[in-house]
Structures are given as C-alpha cells and as structure tokens.
Design a protein around this ligand. Structure first.
Ligand SMILES: C[S@@+](CC[C@H](N)C(=O)[O-])C[C@H]1O[C@@H](n2cnc3c(N)ncnc32)[C@H](O)[C@@H]1O
Length: 271
C-alpha cells in the first residue's frame, strides 16, 4: 500500500475544504489541553528580530488559519501563503480577504520564490507529507533571509485511537501500520532541519490532550483518518459509531499528541 500521507494520498486528503474542515473540527472540538498553535507561532516570531515590515511565508498553509493570525499580529507585514492543494489555496484566499496576504499554489520541494525572499518562514504540520522532508526544508531555507519555525507531531500521536480500532477488531492491524508522521516527527525534526542546511536554535515540545465526548464524536474523527483501514460498510461516522457501541461501552475516549516546534535559521546568520 502506498503511504496515505505522501504523493496521491496527501493530494486526495486535501482536495476539498469541507473534508479538511470536518477533520480539524472533529479533533479541535475534543481538545482539552495544549496551547493554540497559531498563538505559539506568534510568540516564537516575536522572539526573533524581524524588520518593521517583515515578509513572511506560510508553507503548506492549509485553510490559512495561521496565515490570518500572523497577518493580524503583524499588520505591516506582507504575508505569502503557499500550498500544493488548489482547494486549500482557495480557502486561504477567502479567509484572508482584506488582509495583506497573497496565496498561491506551489510545492514546497520547489517553491516559486527567489533566494532570500522572506524574513520568516513557517511550516506547520505539513513536512510529514514529504518522503524527503530535509529537501523541503532546504528549499524553504533557500527562500529565507532569517528565521524558520517548523512544527510537527510525535510519531505515536493518537496511538490510543489505533489501539481502540485494534481491540474492537475493526482494524486488526491499526497499531502495526507505520505512523502517518514517520517522515518528519518530533523525534527527527531537529536532525532533518540540520540536514536541510538550517541551524536549530530552539526545540520545544508540548503534549496536547483530546477527549471525545462519546463514540459518535470519536467516530467523526476516526472516519477522516487515512491511517486506518476500515471495512467498506463502516466508513460513515454514524455506522462506525454503531459498530463501536456494539463492541465496547459508550463513553468518552481520551487521546494525545505531542506537538514539536523547531526554531531555526540559515547557517551562519545571526538570530
Ligand atoms: C495538515 S495541513 C496543515 C495546514 C496548516 N499549516 C495548519 O497547520 O493548519 C497540511 C497541508 O500541507 C499541504 N501540502 C502537502 N504536501 C505539500 C507540498 N508538497 N507542498 C506544499 N504543500 C503541501 C497540504 O495540501 C495541506 O494543506
């Protein structure tokens, strides 16, 4: 089986804004601890020396949530958002209307920008979509004058959900399949960053916890997870919830993910 987070797998995941919104809303509505990632990014950005009117690049911008947060935090900045998915770029264009943001399609292995174009680049939860993330980091570094903030998750994030599908027999191989995040995760991101030619200044980890209210809430998220191989007849959240209820008692389900932030800069530049 090809990797569900690379190549065509990733392209399929991000072909519609609705699907992406359903996936992130199911997860965010279960969140019980962990700082908002866009807020943490603004804090890191404030900690580096940026010019008065910085140019900022959001790589793999998705629906543009962090792009908007940065545009409001730095009203004099010029923001550029890039994503491989035209649907995500369209969502970002809509969300950033009226702000100083340009959004365009592009692949982070070959960015449509000149060398040293940006004062700050961020890449949140997207590098694990590359089978060669160090090359994507090197390409981001090429476009940079100063700092980069790279963000990923731990390789065992949400492992409780894989265990749930395995014990219920709905996906007997759920815990033995490779992690979606295996290419660029909390454990290897600092090393990949150095391989990509950037110097790592700071690494920070934070565990986020999520408690789904019941099996229906859990199923809403599980149905969007490409890691799991579910029988065809249980792909709809309602049917998946009913199957889960027939195998285990209904109730809250808790899971967690470690979020890792790497602050870096092109080798030899002062912070
Ligand atoms: C999980 S979303 C993250 C979105 C956003 N950064 C956030 O944190 O909300 C991952 C994004 O990476 C994008 N992506 C995947 N492969 C890419 C590539 N090769 N070049 C640019 N973007 C890519 C996807 O289209 C998707 O929008």
């Amino acid at each position: 089986m090809s990797h569900p987070f690379h190549g065509d797998g990733a392209r399929t995941l991000y072909t519609s804004e609705d699907r992406t919104r359903q996936r992130s809303e199911a997860l965010l509505s279960a969140k019980t601890s962990g700082r908002n990632i866009s807020e943490v990014i603004c804090g890191f950005a404030d900690s580096v020396r940026l010019p008065e009117r910085p140019s900022i690049l959001d790589v793999g911008c998705g629906q543009g949530r962090t792009t908007v947060r940065l545009a409001r935090h730095y009203p004099d900045a010029s923001l550029t958002a890039v994503d491989a998915s035209p649907a995500m770029v369209a969502a970002t264009v809509k969300r950033t209307a009226g702000l100083n943001v340009e959004a365009l399609t592009g692949d982070f292995h070959s960015l449509p920008f000149g060398d040293s174009s940006f004062d700050l680049a961020i890449a949140i939860m997207c590098l694990y979509h590359s089978p060669t993330p160090h090359l994507a980091i090197s390409e981001i570094g090429r476009t940079l004058r100063a700092s980069a903030i790279l963000v990923t998750k731990a390789i065992d994030s949400y492992s409780e959900l894989a265990a749930l599908l395995e014990v219920t027999g709905l996906d007997p191989r759920a815990t033995s399949r490779p992690s979606l995040y295996e290419a660029a995760h909390s454990g290897n991101l600092p090393e990949l960053t150095e391989q990509g030619g950037l110097q790592v200044d700071q690494v920070e980890h934070e565990t986020h916890t999520f408690t789904f209210n019941d099996l229906m809430h859990t199923a809403t998220y599980l149905a969007t997870c490409p890691q799991f191989v579910l029988p065809d007849h249980v792909r709809q959240p309602q049917i998946l919830a009913a199957e889960l209820r027939s195998r285990i008692p209904d109730g809250p389900i808790t899971t967690s993910a470690t979020i890792t932030y790497v602050l870096a800069r092109p080798t030899g530049r002062t912070p």
